[in-house]
Ligand binder design. Sequence first.
Ligand SMILES: Cc1cc2nc3c(=O)[nH]c(=O)nc-3n(C[C@H](O)[C@H](O)[C@H](O)COP(=O)(O)O)c2cc1C
Length: 191
Amino acid sequence: MITELVKENRSCRRFYQDHAVAPEILKEFVDLARMSASGANLQPLKYILSCDSQKNAEIFSCLAWAGYLKDWPGPAEGERPAAYIVILADTSISESAGCDHGIAAQTILLGAREKGLGGCMLGSIDRDALRDSLNIPSQFKILLVLAIGKPREQVVMETIGSNDSIRYWRDSDGVHHVPKRKLEDIIVAEH
Ligand SMILES: Cc1cc2nc3c(=O)[nH]c(=O)nc-3n(C[C@H](O)[C@H](O)[C@H](O)COP(=O)(O)O)c2cc1C
């Protein structure tokens, strides 16, 4: 089951915007992150949840989507995420979150996928603008934004081609292709 879930858990950037995601669902996802591993068990991560259309619009304006798709400015109105989870580090607990936010983000997105939702981690964030919009106190570092919604696009994973490019691309039918390196190419040593 975990294999299928991980395979299906592709980054999704186009959604049925009208398909609401309830606040309780977002809380369930954060609860999954809460139960995940944390360096020295410090648990410095804190979260901002949004499923409000006005707040969502403010968050959306701070994000950069799919840098390799040069002629695509990001999801159009109607296909934007219905919800967001902003992952913060509380510096009063720890200056560094280590890799806790990666673990939290993946866990949340797997939980979303299990419920028939999809999402995308976004690290390209206008952090100053987002801090202003959401009134985020300076004690919190903005680490990642997770966009969440009902997927409206097909995403396929494929083995990296002979040109060795890791760039994802979209075909003429709008299908998003994600090249992944071969297993034998990422195992450096086997003892
Ligand atoms: C730390 C991190 C930051 C990312 N930031 C962005 C981003 O700012 N914008 C975006 O569209 N996708 C972003 N992504 C999604 C990646 O582009 C995506 O994971 C990659 O293309 C592989 O696709 P996959 O998730 O379907 O395997 C980010 C992913 C990670 C792990």
